[in-house]
Design a protein around this ligand. Structure first.
Ligand SMILES: NC(=O)C1=CN([C@@H]2O[C@H](COP(=O)(O)OP(=O)(O)OC[C@H]3O[C@@H](n4cnc5c(N)ncnc54)[C@H](OP(=O)(O)O)[C@@H]3O)[C@@H](O)[C@H]2O)C=CC1
Ligand SMILES: N[C@@H](C=O)C(=O)O
Length: 262
């Protein structure tokens, strides 16, 4: 068993989650892999056990199902070896708002937002009590860009950013690091799920490059890591503008422009 904290990665059967699992295993962390497809997780785990010698457990769960989520929550609450949660599992759906079915949207919101909240809520009290640990939430640049045309998906990712920043403010002083990672287009199977051909797209990041960059941000304890954004000053300017507004957001009287003419 490793002396390093174990890492629970959701969505670890493929894509960004499987790559996080691999990178943390290579750093010597034991792992708990969570997803629906056990055979794929077994394949990831067998390879990593052989190559790195770390201990890897597999937890099958559909994170849109309350009973399955509860299993993962119990593990996060009770297993004191787990010190890092990577809230990565997520999906996207194709089509415009009026084309998407209400049920598909509901499942999307459940997986991309509610599951993250429940899992963070399961582990945060234990980490805060221990005064250490980390929660990594995978958002998306789409959460900053309604113009990209994925309205509900983007809204879930805006939620992930807000959740991460809020948790960072609450848990940071207690010794718990919270990171939001905002990838842009990355070569994974998610694009098949939205009916798009990633090979026909421009500016696609390879998944290994994405996770390696995210881990540079993790090691630096960055609250928000945006691997594809080359000019960090643009993010800093956006944050500075938002913070500058904070002191002006709460007032007893409506702004002059909303006062009715007598
Ligand atoms: N690839 C990209 O371009 C970008 C991705 N992202 C985000 O990165 C994260 C990972 O995506 P990516 O690796 O690309 O996607 P993939 O589709 O390649 O992988 C998604 C992972 O989530 C798991 N998963 C899906 N649905 C469920 C479910 N209901 N319950 C449990 N696990 C589930 C899948 O496993 P299984 O099917 O076995 O359950 C799989 O392991 C997502 O949050 C996504 O929004 C953000 C920006 C860009
Ligand atoms: N995963 C992508 C959308 O499907 C993205 O966030 O860019």
């Amino acid at each position: 068993m490793s002396q390093l904290p174990a890492v629970l990665v959701t969505g670890a059967s493929t894509g960004i989650g499987a790559t996080y699992a691999e990178r943390f295993a290579r750093r010597g962390h034991d792992l708990v892999l969570v997803a629906r497809d056990v055979a794929r997780m077994e394949a990831v785990a067998n390879r990593l056990r052989q190559e790195t010698g770390v201990t890897i457990d597999i937890l099958q769960a559909d994170l849109t199902q309350a009973a399955d989520l509860a299993k993962v929550e119990v593990r996060l609450r009770d297993d004191a070896r787990i010190g890092i949660l990577v809230n990565n599992a997520g999906t996207a759906i194709g089509g415009t708002f009026v084309e998407q079915s209400t049920d598909d949207m509901t499942r999307l919101v459940a997986l991309n937002t509610a599951a993250l909240v429940r899992l963070a809520s399961a582990i945060a009290p234990r980490l805060a009590k221990a005064g250490e640990g980390a929660i990594v939430n995978i958002g998306s640049v789409v959460g900053l860009a309604p113009e990209f045309g994925m309205t509900v998906y983007g809204a879930t990712k805006a939620f992930v950013l807000f959740l991460s920043q809020g948790l960072g403010l609450e848990l940071g002083p207690k010794g718990v690091y919270v990171q939001a990672v905002l990838p842009a287009t990355t070569r994974t199977e998610i694009w098949e799920h939205v009916g798009a051909d990633v090979n026909a797209m421009n500016n696609v990041m390879e998944v290994g490059d994405l996770v390696d960059a995210a881990l540079v941000g993790f090691d630096r304890r960055e609250p928000v890591t945006i691997p594809p954004l080359h000019d960090a000053g643009q993010w800093e300017a956006l944050e500075a503008a938002r913070r500058a507004m904070l002191g002006n957001l709460v007032n007893a009287l409506p702004a002059e422009r909303y006062r009715t003419l007598a």
